[in-house]
Design a protein around this ligand. Structure first.
Ligand code: CO
Length: 451
């Protein structure tokens, strides 16, 4: 019987997708031992928005959280999501900061680091992957799935091969928009499996109602694992339900290694937690149902709802159709970036500006200017030279990787913060989210002084 690895996302992606990453450590601490006993391949518990949310909303030190999770769940590998050169934020960091951050994360017990870049520019993944490997952790290279005229199975297959050559211990097909069709999932996994020797994983979302089908097809094509969320934190914009996928896969002749009675205990634990979040209004029932209208526009659901609220705020919802027609044109001008954060917001906002001002690129977003300069990475396809010229004006595009233009920052920042803290962990928190981290550290110092 072929084993299908299951990664449980309840503490990271499900938490992020359904309740804006508001789970506190105290809320999930009592179930960590059971999560550790269930037989998961890994527990995704850190990275993504968890770090920012801990500091900003939960008054928790993200490093302490990781340590406490590791103490209670020592057996199952812990997994995190990292945006390559952006670490957990949206700007690029110099290489020394990327290396220090990964070193620290591994020393705190991180076992598997899933590394991606929004533009699939492998230069933005290289340093993070190299350091992960050096630290003896599992480096999972992720390719961002998107739908466009330049992104085909061949293109993703090439990326997967390159990730393997860079040393990736496994490959993840990462579909944050939940746009991958079951048949595409099948073809893509089949081709990537043929192209590489390392295990291949599929990460998708139920946003458009496709994920269970796509995960099953991916497994049929030979995928080594999929990401699931315990049922009370599954579906909608989250992952497929763990228990359902477990039963379906076992019925089809695969083994997951999961103990279903333990899964039931885990779900019984999370049911009232979910009810609390619904009662407090943090969990919006709207994110619980599939929203397949995004499929007809080939854009992620989150992007669609963002544009609708932007237009409503400007009293221009009657322009929605015009903006929806403009989105693919802007994306084409930009050389088909994957529509994921931050590109989805950039493309959506520029398209809205193009429509509302009545003239295309009359106003060019400063992020679009930076994009054409190469500050986000290499532009995936052929872009519109005219638009690029208009955006750049006299500015010159970069000839190197953006991070190469940045000065080392770790030691300098450590020195600058020495009156506030002597902990390297704090320096890394500060580098990631300066204002929130500073407020957090000051507050902690104050509480300590007051005893
Ligand atoms: Co995700």
């Amino acid at each position: 019987m072929r084993k299908v690895n299951i990664t449980e996302t309840v503490l990271r992606d499900a938490n992020q997708s359904l309740i804006a990453t508001r789970l506190t450590y105290e809320q999930f601490a009592p179930i960590l031992e059971e999560l550790d006993q269930a037989g998961y391949y890994s527990l995704e518990v850190w990275g993504g928005a968890t770090f920012d949310s801990c500091l900003r909303y939960l008054n928790e030190d993200p490093w302490e959280r990781l340590k406490k999770i590791k103490d209670k769940a020592a057996k199952t590998p812990l997994q995190m999501l990292l945006r390559g050169q952006n670490l957990l934020g949206y700007k690029h960091y110099p290489d020394d900061v990327v290396r220090e951050f990964i070193k620290m994360a591994v020393s705190y017990g991180m076992d598997i680091i899933r590394i991606f870049d929004a533009l699939n520019d492998l230069r933005n993944i290289e340093v993070a992957m190299d350091e992960t490997i050096k630290q003896g952790a599992h480096a999972q290279g992720a390719l961002v799935y998107t739908v466009s005229p330049i992104h085909d199975v061949k293109n993703f297959e090439t990326l997967a091969k390159q990730l393997e050559e860079m040393g990736a211990h496994s490959i993840c097909i990462k579909d944050m928009g939940g746009l991958i069709m079951p048949q595409v999932a099948y073809d893509l996994v089949k081709n990537v499996k043929n192209a590489v020797k390392v295990p291949v994983y599929l990460h998708t979302h139920c946003t458009n109602g496709l994920a269970e089908m796509s995960c099953l097809k991916a497994v049929e094509a030979g995928a080594d694992g999929i990401d699931c969320a315990i049922s009370s934190f599954s579906s909608g914009s989250s992952q497929p339900p763990t228990e359902t996928m477990h039963f379906a896969l076992e019925n089809a002749g695969y083994t997951t290694g999961l103990a279903h009675t333990t899964l039931q205990n885990i779900n019984d634990f999370f049911k009232p937690v979910r009810e609390e979040f619904i009662a407090s209004g943090v969990m919006d029932p709207k994110v619980l149902t599939p929203q397949p209208e995004a499929l007809s526009y080939q854009i992620p659901g989150g992007m669609l709802s963002n544009m609708i609220s932007q237009l409503k705020a400007q009293n221009a919802i009657d322009k929605l159709d015009a903006v929806l027609n403009e989105v693919p044109r802007v994306r084409e001008d930009l050389g088909y970036p994957p529509l994921v954060t931050p590109m989805s917001q950039m493309v959506g906002t520029q398209a809205t500006a193009n429509v509302l001002t009545g003239e295309r690129y009359k106003v060019v977003l400063k992020e679009i200017i930076a994009y054409f300069r190469g500050e986000y990475g290499k532009i995936p396809g052929k872009f519109n030279e005219e638009v690029a010229k208009k955006a750049l004006r006299s500015k010159q595009p970069l000839t190197t990787r953006y991070a190469d233009t940045l000065e080392p920052a770790f030691e300098k920042t450590k020195e600058a913060l020495k009156d506030l803290t002597t902990r390297d962990e704090d320096v890394l928190s500060y580098l990631s989210f300066p204002q929130v981290a500073e407020a957090f550290i000051k507050n902690r110092n104050k509480e300590a002084a007051e005893g």
